[in-house]
Design a protein around this ligand. Sequence first.
Ligand code: ADP
Length: 160
Amino acid sequence: MTPRGAIYPGSFDPVTFGHLDVISRAAHLFDSVIVAVATGEGKHPLFPVADRIQMLKESTCDNPAIEVVSLDGLLVDFARDRGIFTVIRGLRAVSDFEFEFQMALMNRKLEARLETVFLTPKEDYTYLSSRIVKEVARLGGDVSPFVPAPATKMLKAVFP
Ligand code: ADP
């Protein structure tokens, strides 16, 4: 059987335990997972893409089936380049649904072969978002329960 891969795109600004939970679930379902870190200039990320990639690489280095790369441009173009047409997205709550639904349908309009698979994290992580973690860090809170050590370190460097 041909190996089945999947792409997990996102901003990961920074990576949280919620993202890592989705990555490990995807790695159980697929032979390989490409975590595609959107450069996302329009979103004004806190961390440059190189830092977001580094945090993810350090947090997933124990699994050789996980690759972390940058994503510049359209996801469908990336999918075509790689020949992988399965996209992973996380669904935490109903509030994620509207946006994720729109994205999935738009991506499929742009590339009919593209399918989006939604994974739900462990309940403990359903309240976690990169945005709220950044807010806690900015206000001087301890973010170590929410993000892996490389992200805690980089957040501390930005918000000492
Ligand atoms: P975006 O790609 O919208 O900028 P993120 O990088 O934060 O957002 O997230 C990438 C994907 O991971 C999205 O599908 C998002 O819903 C999902 N996600 C984010 N945080 C969590 C979490 N705590 N649990 C599960 N999925 C999550």
